[in-house]
Write a protein that binds this ligand. Sequence first.
Ligand code: NG6
Ligand code: CA
Length: 507
Amino acid sequence: MKKPLSLTLLLSSSLFAALPTVSFAQKASKPNVIYIYADDLGFGDLSSYGAKQIETPNLDKLAQSGVRFTNAHSTSATCTPSRFALMTGTYPWRQEGTGILPGDAKLIVPTDKITLPKVFKHAGYATAIVGKWHMGLGNQVQKDWNAPIKPGPNDVGFDYSFIFPATADRVPTVFLENDQVVAAEATDPILVDYEKKIGNDPTGKEHPELLKMHSSPGQGHNQTIVNGIGRIGYMSGGTRARWVDEEVSTTFLHKAQDFISQHQNKPFFLYFCLTEPHVPRMPATQFKGKSKLGYRGDAILQLDWTVGQIQQQLQLLGLDKNTIIIFSSDNGPVLDDGYMDGAVAQQNGHLPAGPLRGGKYSIFEGGTRVPFIVSGKGVAQGKVSNALISQIDLLATSAQLLDVPLKADEAKDSAPLLKTLTGQDNKGRSSMVQHAQTLAIVKDEWKYIAPSKGSPYMKLTDTETGSLPEDQLYDLKNDIGEKNNVASKYPEKVAELKQLLEGERKK
Ligand code: NG6
Ligand code: CA
């Protein structure tokens, strides 16, 4: 315990020592930053990104008032690694154990290194996370869910946290506020197990008649039933602490809004992690059936409404002019990710990845190219940018915005792109690594995908993973849908990008 603590102190004091003196007036004008992170929202899921079957007016308004990026990426095609990269500025494939985590995993974010929220803290901001976490909690898998669980979000840079541990489809289905399960009771202890059944709660497998939404055949999601939905993993106890899926989204919204109104007089950074449209899609009743695209579409409407509520609040508090909102998604879309919720049956021509190939889990563009909108103080209005950017760049870009110096070995994969993100220029990254079962690298709109032994097709989720045993090369400028592998036509390009990727691996 002692070592990480002293290292953190050392790190923060050295950063403070190196900070230029900032006058009170300058401090007062520092913009608030709200990063809104959707879960599994695709490049084609918003009307501002070309969706025809669904209307997302609030996000469209955000795009019109700011910069809408068309070549912005999560680092990875799944959640945990993308979030790890956003937090640390380090490519997730450099660290073991950053794949999709179970709900009882231990914390994977180092407590003694720079993180995105720490950058804001160094600049005097109040920091909070509200929403999905999915980066593990505590020092071990076995933990007492009725006691404070540390280390967690509050140990990696957040002053305030209101989270759920993993995904909405994984136990324990509870909220934690500042390390402590909300409404936990000593008389009804929460137990969690991912190996074997624990306690007497019915499971989806044994009692499908108790389910209000069935899991998809072959996709699990049939362990402990909570709120009529089978989950991944087993839990018992915490009966009154368990969430109601229909209320999760508004619970997060209210916590986010509380934080905003409590911090209206000092600069704040809010990392607001929505759970939509990840499975289980169980939107509030007012949204059920509204989109005509099944609950996935309804969840997107709920997400858009939530963003609208935040915009409205900022306006009412007079904070809209002094706040930057960044909106994105942690990975590409998937229709059937475990439950029979109508996403496939009622697809209705909607293309969640738009013109892109693949989706969640895929090394093709559909896996990581996601909506990315920046709007607010100091940001150009009504602009569309095709600059190549990655969410991993938010750390170095925030440091640039706030004059927080980073050492050369800190957040080494993060690029400072303030002018690009605010729409002042169009220069993005010179190259970027993409991550799914295999790695790919993009430079000047040429994309090389490294050979992989992984399966090219995931039948259950109907995903083209992009894994092939041979080299793949795509000319994204002329073939955004990655239809033609031109590796044999351009061997020098393949060699060049292969070498670049090897260099990245060794960094
Ligand atoms: C997969 C789950 C999927 C989803 C995903 C995590 C199965 C068959 N599928 O393993 O339902 O939970 O993990 O999604 O268990 S993510 O967006 O958090 O990465
Ligand atoms: Ca996700």
